[in-house]
Design a protein around this ligand. Structure first.
Ligand SMILES: *Cc1c(COP(=O)(O)O)cnc(C)c1O
Length: 376
């Protein structure tokens, strides 16, 4: 590949921080864990931050800590990475999908209320691609119905809506630190909340069900090992300290794409809605309606053939075979999601992408769209 989809942004500072931990005896549950957690809580502006070994573990612990289980329903979006809906299924509850808003690709607030039943225990929305649009409305509906919001902010570190950071909307919120996210710890995740009891529960569940102040071999409940090592935390501390720099670089790359693709009427290019300050996770353009799935796929293939890595973020989660079978989904139930999914092209997007590389991607994309018009 000439131009990759994603690359982490690691400097000597991160490398030194990690090797410094390796020179100590505290590779896990050492001082870097609380240091990372308090820096993170402070950045988002929340009482508690609980670091875990992945975003998926973090979501699973939120659903568990809220006592959601078999017979319960959680309202969520079908346009996301599989982990958000899987976390609901992992506890035996049912994800109830609501179609998305075609402008911002997040769950459509106007369609939530009709899906609320007496089994509904929470709403789990996702700031897809980093966009927090609509989250004020989602929280209003949740408040009106007394439902907790589990905010999946795994793609939205550094984004804001009306000056309020992603991760500050939910009763519980979750971030993830896989290498393609806005900051990375290699693998890792974070739970945020202002609720002392939920925080204590997550700390216990993360660490084999151990109680507060209890011994290493005292277990109060069924727990897990979802701990994040001090090696990962040291990496996260440095990455988080650079968040403003990292965000500025991402915003610059997004701006180049927006400028270079603005005049192409065959494309819908992501923009920031009023009140939104988006730190994009990925940069996903869409082909307009007249293009078919086959034509979109031919664009992806043509770009890959020319050494440019692209992806189809996302196919609908509920059309994944195991879900479609479980929930008897045949297709057609979520028209907006399905039409968006067949049109997406996720372009190379990372902090150190140069203006020249962005120009190469745009030129290749335009050529690939020209050629796709001959696809039947
Ligand atoms: C990345 C991501 C996750 C979980 O991430 P992992 O750390 O890979 O488990 C969850 N939800 C969304 C929407 C994501 O993009």
């Amino acid at each position: 590949m000439r131009i990759h989809l994603s690359r982490p942004d690691i400097t000597e500072k991160e490398i030194n921080a990690v090797t410094n931990v390796l020179r100590t005896p505290n590779l896990s549950l050492g001082p870097k864990l609380p240091e990372f957690e308090s820096a993170f809580a402070k950045y988002i502006g929340r009482e508690h931050a609980i670091a875990v070994n992945s975003g998926t573990s973090a979501l699973f612990l939120c659903v568990s800590a809220l006592n959601i289980g078999p017979g319960d329903e959680v309202i969520t979006t079908p346009f996301t990475f599989i982990a958000s809906s899987n976390s609901i299924m992992m506890v035996g509850a049912k994800p109830v999908f609501v179609d998305i808003d075609p402008t911002n690709l997040n769950i459509d607030p106007a369609q939530i209320e009709s899906k609320i039943t007496n089994k509904t225990k929470a709403i789990l929305p996702v700031e897809v691609f980093g966009n927090p649009a609509g989250f004020d409305k989602i929280c209003e509906i949740a408040l009106k119905h007394g439902l907790p919001v589990i905010e999946d902010s795994c793609e939205a570190l550094g984004s804001e809506l009306n000056g309020k950071k992603a991760g500050k909307f939910g009763r519980m919120s979750v971030f993830a630190f896989y290498p393609n996210k806005q900051i990375t710890t290699g693998e890792g995740g974070m739970i945020l909340t202002d609720d002392d009891d939920l925080a204590d529960m997550c700390v216990s569940l993360r660490n084999q069900g151990r109680g507060k102040g209890g011994g290493w071999l005292d277990h109060e409940r069924l727990g897990y090992n979802f701990r994040l090592s001090d090696i990962n935390c040291a990496l996260g501390i440095v990455q988080l300290s650079r968040i403003n720099e990292l965000k500025a670089k991402r915003k610059q790359v997004a701006k180049w794409y927006q400028q270079m693709l603005a005049d192409d009427e065959r494309l819908i290019v992501p923009t920031e809605a009023d009140g939104c300050d988006v730190n994009w996770f990925v940069f996903v353009v869409r082909l307009v309606d007249k293009f078919t799935l086959e034509q979109r796929n031919s664009v992806l293939t043509a770009m890959r053939d020319q050494g440019i890595q692209v992806k189809n973020y996302f196919p609908p989660v509920l059309l994944q075979p195991f879900m479609a079978q479980r929930f008897d989904i045949k297709g057609g139930e979520f028209p907006v999601t399905e039409s968006v999914c067949k049109s997406t092209i996720s372009l190379p997007f990372y902090n150190n992408l140069s203006k020249d590389e962005v120009a190469v991607v745009c030129k290749t994309l335009k050529g690939a769209i020209d050629s796709s018009l001959h696809t039947t």
